[in-house]
Design a protein around this ligand. Structure first.
Ligand code: SF4
Ligand code: SF4
Ligand code: SF4
Length: 272
C-alpha cells in the first residue's frame, strides 16, 4: 500500500499513535527513542496522548501505530474507527500483533467466567472480550513485533515511511543473533526451554544473552517457516511434557492456530 507517494514533498506525514488494552509500554518506548525530537519535527503528530494533549481518537492520518489487544467492546469500536481514518496501519508490539500475554485465557476459560473471577459482582463500565490480535478485526498493513519493540526497529519503520518505502519483516530466528553474539546454547547445554529457534529475531537475543531462555515475545518467524514441531520434539527429548510445552508456547502464542495440531502430532506419536 502506498504511504507517502501522494504525501508530497511539501508536507509531513500525519501520524497517530493509539493504545487499546495494553501496558502502554510500546507507546512509552516510542515516546522515549533518542531521536524523538527529530521524529516529531519530521512528521505531523495528530494523535499521541503521551506527547500531545491535543490528541483525538481517531484522527485522519497517513500512518497509524496501534498498540494493544482488542479486549473490550470499546477497543473494537475504536480500532474500526482508527482503521477507517488511516491510510496505513501498523500493529505495534506483541499485544497488537499476537494478542499479548492477556490472551492466555484463549481456549482455556470462558470470558464471562474470567471476568467474574477478577471483578466479582462489581459493576464495570465496559464490555469485556477475549483478548485478540488486531488483525482478527481489521486489515493490518505492517507488524512491528516485540514487548516492547526495539528502538532500532522503531527507527527503521519510521525511516522507511519517511523515505516513501516500506519496512521488511525479519525472517530469521533469535538463534541466528544468539550464535552471532557468541552465546553458548542454553537449550543444548542446559536443557533450558528456549524458544529461540522459532521466534523472530530483532532483539539481539536479549534473554539468552543473560542466560534466560527466550519465551517468544516477538512471535514466530513469518511465512510459516517456524519449526514448532521440531522444537517441541527436542523439548520432549529433553524430558519436557506436553503440558509444559503447551504452557511455554502459549505465553505469547495463545492464538497460534498450529499449536494444538502440532502437539497432537508429536504426543499422539508417543501414545501410538
Ligand atoms: S507489547 Fe508488551 S510493552 Fe507493548 S503494550 Fe503489550 S505488554 Fe506492553
Ligand atoms: S540459547 Fe536459545 S536462542 Fe540461543 S542458540 Fe540456543 S536455542 Fe537458540
Ligand atoms: S529473547 Fe525472546 S523473549 Fe527475550 S526479548 Fe528476544 S524474543 Fe523476546
Amino acid at each position: 500500500m502506498a504511504i507517502i507517494d501522494e504525501c508530497r514533498t511539501d508536507c509531513k506525514p500525519r501520524v497517530g499513535v493509539y493504545g487499546l488494552t495494553s501496558c502502554y509500554g510500546c507507546q512509552l518506548k516510542l515516546a522515549t527513542v533518542q531521536k524523538i525530537m527529530e521524529i516529531a519535527d519530521a512528521v505531523q503528530i495528530e494523535s499521541f496522548y503521551m506527547m500531545s494533549s491535543n490528541s483525538k481518537i481517531p484522527a485522519d492520518v497517513d500512518i497509524a501505530f496501534v498498540e494493544g489487544s482488542v479486549s473490550t467492546e470499546k477497543d473494537l469500536n475504536e480500532l474500526i474507527e482508527i482503521r477507517k481514518h488511516s491510510r496505513v496501519l501498523v500493529a505495534l508490539g506483541a499485544c497488537a500483533v499476537h494478542g499479548g500475554v492477556q490472551s492466555w485465557a484463549e481456549g482455556e476459560m470462558d470470558i464471562d467466567k474470567l471476568h467474574s473471577t477478577v471483578y466479582g459482582d462489581a459493576e464495570i463500565n465496559m464490555k469485556p472480550l477475549q483478548a485478540t490480535p488486531i488483525e482478527q478485526h481489521v486489515e493490518v498493513d505492517y507488524s512491528l513485533p516485540g514487548c516492547p519493540p526495539e528502538e532500532d526497529e522503531l527507527m527503521y519503520f519510521i525511516s522507511a515511511f519517511l523515505f516513501g518505502t516500506y519496512p521488511e519483516p525479519k525472517d530469521y530466528p533469535v538463534c541466528a543473533e544468539c550464535r552471532l553474539a557468541g552465546n553458548p546454547c542454553i537449550l543444548i547445554e542446559r536443557d533450558a526451554p528456549c524458544l529461540g529457534p522459532v521466534i523472530t529475531a530483532g532483539c539481539k537475543a536479549r534473554c539468552p544473552s543473560f542466560n534466560v531462555p527466550c519465551v517468544g515475545c516477538r512471535g514466530p518467524v513469518p511465512y510459516e517457516t517456524a519449526w514448532f514441531d521440531s522444537l517441541a520434539k527436542t523439548f520432549r527429548m529433553k524430558g519436557m511434557d506436553e503440558e509444559f510445552i503447551r504452557d511455554r508456547m502459549r505465553v505469547f502464542g495463545a492464538h497460534n492456530p498450529n499449536l494444538e495440531p502440532m502437539l497432537k502430532r508429536i504426543f499422539g506419536e508417543e501414545k501410538e
